[in-house]
Design a protein around this ligand. Structure first.
Ligand code: ASP
Length: 441
């Protein structure tokens, strides 16, 4: 590992010339920032359109032969890039690039190719503005025949090419298939490219520049101005992301986590803010609260199965869970009592297979009662600090009781990393606020 910093900029950070200038200022401010991975221009305001969305429309309109709307969409895309080019004061032959895209469309190119042009053009333009080399992601990021990411091929070619260049601008979001055609990651996938490039150049840090000053301790749609998480471990991040907190594309975490490279989420519009540092373990002496963050989701239900003497029956739980897995329903939690066992699952998935599941449970397990409780929300209170602190659970339940909230399920992960409580969906927002005030504020 060395001092190299890979800086990835998201769509809002590059939405127009003034945003690109900010990003360029950030890149140049630290000589260790040697590789910039860029998204396509995103929304300039809430009513605006993302270039990537326009490119998907353009592709569809062309394939459906709707020439007039197609031409309008191409024009809107061209205007966005032209504004950027003139705002940056560079020369760039946009017309030839648009012509090349049109030719490819005529030859029946894939939707992925069209979508990838947002990042491709933006990276070319930004490279020109910075005076840095541009390296096409199709030469660096490789997919296998079955569409899965080919780490071995990617790290070999990207590592060599990029180390030789020393610095470069790279488009995010896409790579190439063995036949050379373009394939994209899923939406938001430039985060993944940044993570892969950080591994390929053995970076010391992966910076992810976006439009917020880091990950928040709770959902800002529920809690008013929640605090920013200054530092968080990969394990905590996984727990919070699973429960709905989002700051990065989920698949972006795996490459850097494996390589032990920390991620720093930063704000392009407020570059002095420290943002959130995500690492395998946090530096000794980092001051932390017992609870790092709170996240949750609605839309669960509980299937409670009761049978006297269940405790003495071997294989009861295994058989119950097998019935769910056979119906392709993953279970989220499974609290047990002496003669009861509950399975907490996604309501929508359960509803689709409800009859089959209940029939099988009755036939195979012969329970005394089956009770279904709907409209459950699960809230995870997450923090590695909990292991060392007494009274965290007491504080959680006192806060909920104080807010008059009935706890319908409790689950503490065996690693003492989280406490998960199930509450009625109608109590969800109040519960999150009560927990935030008690544990974080
Ligand atoms: N531009 C792509 C999208 O809008 C990828 C990205 O920005 O990460 O999904």
């Amino acid at each position: 590992m060395n001092n190299i910093v890979v800086a990835k900029f998201g769509g809002t950070s590059l939405a127009d010339a003034s945003q690109i200038k900010k990003a360029a200022g950030i890149i140049k401010a630290n000589p260790d920032r040697k590789f910039a991975v860029v998204s396509a221009p995103g929304k300039r305001n809430s009513n605006d359109a993302k270039i990537t969305d326009m490119l998907y429309s353009m592709h569809r309109q062309f394939t459906e032969g709707r020439q007039e709307v197609y031409a309008e969409t191409v024009n809107r895309i061209a205007v966005r890039y032209r504004d950027i080019i003139s705002g940056l004061g560079i020369t760039f032959d946009l017309d030839s690039e648009l012509e090349a895209i049109r030719e490819k469309l005529s030859s029946g190119v894939s939707q992925d190719y069209s979508a990838s042009r947002g990042e491709y053009l933006n990276a070319r333009i930004i490279a020109e503005y910075l005076g840095w080399p541009f390296v096409d992601a199709s030469e660096l990021i490789h997919f296998r025949e079955d569409g899965s990411f080919d780490g071995a091929a990617t790290y070999r070619s990207a590592g060599e090419k990029l180390q030789a260049l020393g610095h470069a601008v790279i488009p995010g979001f896409y790579g190439s298939m063995p036949d050379g055609s373009i394939k994209t990651f899923s939406r938001g996938g430039s985060d993944i490219t940044g993570s892969i490039i950080a591994c390929a150049v053995d970076a010391g840090l992966y910076e992810n520049w976006t439009d917020v000053s880091g990950m928040l301790c709770a959902d800002p749609r529920i809690v008013k101005s929640p605090k920013v998480i200054e530092s968080i471990t990969y394990t905590e991040l996984r727990e919070l992301s699973y429960m709905g907190a989002s700051v990065l594309h989920e698949d972006a975490v795996f490459p850097v986590r494996k390589a032990g490279i920390p991620i720093n989420i930063r704000n392009t519009n407020s570059p002095d803010d420290k943002g959130t540092l995500i690492a395998a373990s946090l530096p000794k002496g980092t001051k932390r609260r017992a609870v790092t963050g709170i996240a949750g989701r609605k839309g669960f239900c509980s299937i409670r199965v009761e049978k006297s003497q269940m405790n003495g029956e071997t294989g009861f739980g295994a058989e119950l869970l097998r019935i769910f897995s056979k119906n392709d329903i993953p279970f989220e939690h499974c609290p047990t009592g002496i003669d009861t066992i509950s399975v907490i699952v996604n309501s929508a998935l359960f509803d689709a297979r409800r009859e089959e599941i209940l029939r099988e449970v009755k036939n195979r397990l012969e329970p005394d009662f089956i009770t279904i409780e709907k409209n459950l929300a699960a809230i995870a209170v997450v923090g590695e600090g909990m292991v060392h602190m007494k009274g965290t659970a007491a504080k959680v339940f006192t806060a909920l009781a104080g807010a008059g909230i009935n706890v319908r399920m409790i689950d503490q992960g065996s690693d003492e990393l989280n406490i998960i409580v199930g509450v009625d969906e109608s109590d969800y927002e109040a519960a999150v606020n009560a927990l935030y005030s008690a544990m974080i504020d």
